[in-house]
Design a protein around this ligand. Structure first.
Ligand SMILES: Nc1nc2c(ncn2[C@@H]2O[C@H](COP(=O)(O)OP(=O)(O)OP(=O)(O)O)[C@@H](O)[C@H]2O)c(=O)[nH]1
Ligand SMILES: [Mg+2]
Length: 464
């Protein structure tokens, strides 16, 4: 039994050593390999002192800076201190180490000089890139996707939110478990090819496979749980649809002021924070248009450039509030240096969740803090946008007018005499329809109103 192994070393020694050397050069404790699958479940990045690095492939220098500024805000939201940010101009990220190998060495020097414990890259890196860059800088390297997932994990508070985030984290980790395993299975393969016929599966491969299997079955369970948890919301939504209560959903880039606006409009008391992704769970509130029609307003998770698709997938049931709304209020942060690209990013996510067909009203918020030039540009870009400040209340009247205007209206004109014992019907007409006139006669209340077809059918016997 030892013979074939021995001969393998003889014949293929170099290749094997090379592979082993690659594996040995990993710095203990910094590895992205998981010691145990439970690490995926409870993995906390615990970023402390970070250096940011970006590759600037297209757009202006200002675009590149905005991107790193956003990465810094994300890192801070995740609880870390940003020590330094560097970027490199390249046609495309280096396939091996993301930044060029020379720059990677410089980065190592920055890491040493600043005492950083983590490098955060402004993009989604392949497992190989993460591994190879880690080998050069010798501290933990994570990408923007992992950072966003970490913020979501910290902010998730409901059972559903937690399950959704965990599902997203697992689907991010699954392909990344390969890291070490790849070289291990090559080793095992080599051994077999070398003529041993034994050890068709190396120890690494076996462990990776077990981990993968456990993660997959956990993901299946999470998907099932999430589907179950979404049913209450689906039921409520169906109820609204049945009663033909119009719904507006607030969407927008993270930190645009969505929750602030919901609070302003409905007094909902939703958490407002100068932090990215403060809101993860949807909040639905009832409100009324000025002409007294009831509608619902939903606040939901904010979007971001390149929102990790794992999150979009995991939050799909939550995002149905958006997909199935009658109207989208797209909140834009007018005080941001580049609101235009934020609008584009939001549209990209909306397209991804199939919500572009829902009518949209652009609401430029934070006009109290916005640069006049930016507002002019936005006015030109979106001529029918509404300009508001959730903070000062400025422009909210205009927004209410727009809601009056754009929320679907009842279609059927009716004139009915409702007996006094049918106060319930009077309330329904007021709640779901649009009352044009009310008179009182000896036999009851005469309403001239516009209502939805369902209610019109109920009212038919009372036509006057
Ligand atoms: N100056 C100014 N600041 C505002 C205005 N509206 C909201 N803010 C601030 O913007 C920050 C984000 O507000 P939120 O309402 O939490 O924003 P959000 O869009 O719900 O954010 P996420 O849920 O994290 O995606 C907070 O610090 C608010 O105080 C405004 O009209 N003017
Ligand atoms: Mg919010």
């Amino acid at each position: 039994m030892t013979e074939p192994l021995q001969s393998l070393h003889d014949s293929d020694g170099d290749g094997l050593e090379l592979a082993e050397r690659g594996a040995l050069r990993r710095v203990p404790g910094l590895s992205t390999e998981l010691a145990d699958v439970t690490e995926v479940e409870y993995r906390q990045l615990r970023l402390e002192r970070v250096v940011l690095v970006g590759v600037w492939t297209e757009g202006t220098a200002a675009d590149a800076d905005n991107s790193l500024t956003e990465l810094a805000a994300l890192a801070q939201t995740a609880g870390s201190v940003v020590l330094e940010a560097v970027r490199q101009r390249r046609d495309r990220p280096d396939p091996a180490t993301y930044i060029g190998s020379g720059k990677a060495k410089e980065l190592r020097e920055i890491v040493v000089a600043t005492g950083a414990d983590t490098v955060v890259c402004d993009g989604e890196l392949s497992p190989g890139q993460l591994r190879q860059l880690e080998q050069v800088v010798k501290v933990k390297v994570i990408d923007r996707t992992a950072l966003i997932l970490d913020i979501f994990a910290q902010h998730a508070s409901s059972k559903e939110g937690k399950a959704q985030v965990e599902l997203a984290q697992m689907s991010y980790m699954l392909p990344r478990l390969r890291g070490w395993g790849e070289s291990m299975s090559r080793q095992a393969g080599g051994r077999v090819a070398g003529g041993g016929g034994m050890g068709t599966r190396g120890p690494g491969e076996t462990k990776i496979e077990t981990d993968r299997r456990r993660i997959r079955s956990r993901m299946t369970k999470l998907r099932r749980d999430i589907a179950d948890m979404g049913t209450t919301r689906t039921t409520m939504r169906q109820e609204r649809v049945r009663n033909q209560i119009p719904s507006a959903a607030i969407v927008g880039y993270t930190n645009a002021g969505k929750s602030s606006l919901l609070n302003r409009l409905t007094g909902a008391g939703v958490l407002v924070e100068d932090a990215l992704f403060a809101t993860l769970d949807p909040t639905v509130r009832r409100s009324q248009t000025r002409d007294g029609r009831v509608f619902t307003l939903t606040d939901t998770v904010g979007f971001v450039r390149h929102l990790p698709h794992q999150l979009v997938e995991a939050f799909r049931s939550t995002l149905e509030e958006v997909t199935e709304a009658d109207l989208l209020l797209h909140i834009v942060d007018g005080s941001h240096p580049d609101p235009e690209s934020q609008i584009e990013a939001v549209h990209a996510v909306l397209a991804d969740i199939d919500a572009r067909r829902v009518p949209e009203v652009v609401v430029v918020n934070k006009i109290d803090a916005a640069a006049p030039d930016t507002l002019l540009q936005l006015r030109a870009l979106v001529p029918d946008a509404v300009f508001v400040s959730a903070r000062t209340g400025q422009g909210l009247d205009d927004l209410l007018d727009v809601l009056d205007d754009r929320l679907p209206r009842p279609q059927v004109d009716v004139r009915v005499l409702l007996p006094f014992d049918r106060g319930d019907l009077v309330s329904r007409v007021y709640g779901n329809g649009e009352v044009l006139a009310e008179e009182h006669e000896a036999a009851g209340t005469v309403l001239t109103a516009r209502v939805h077809s369902d209610l019109a059918a109920v009212l038919a016997p009372y036509a006057h």
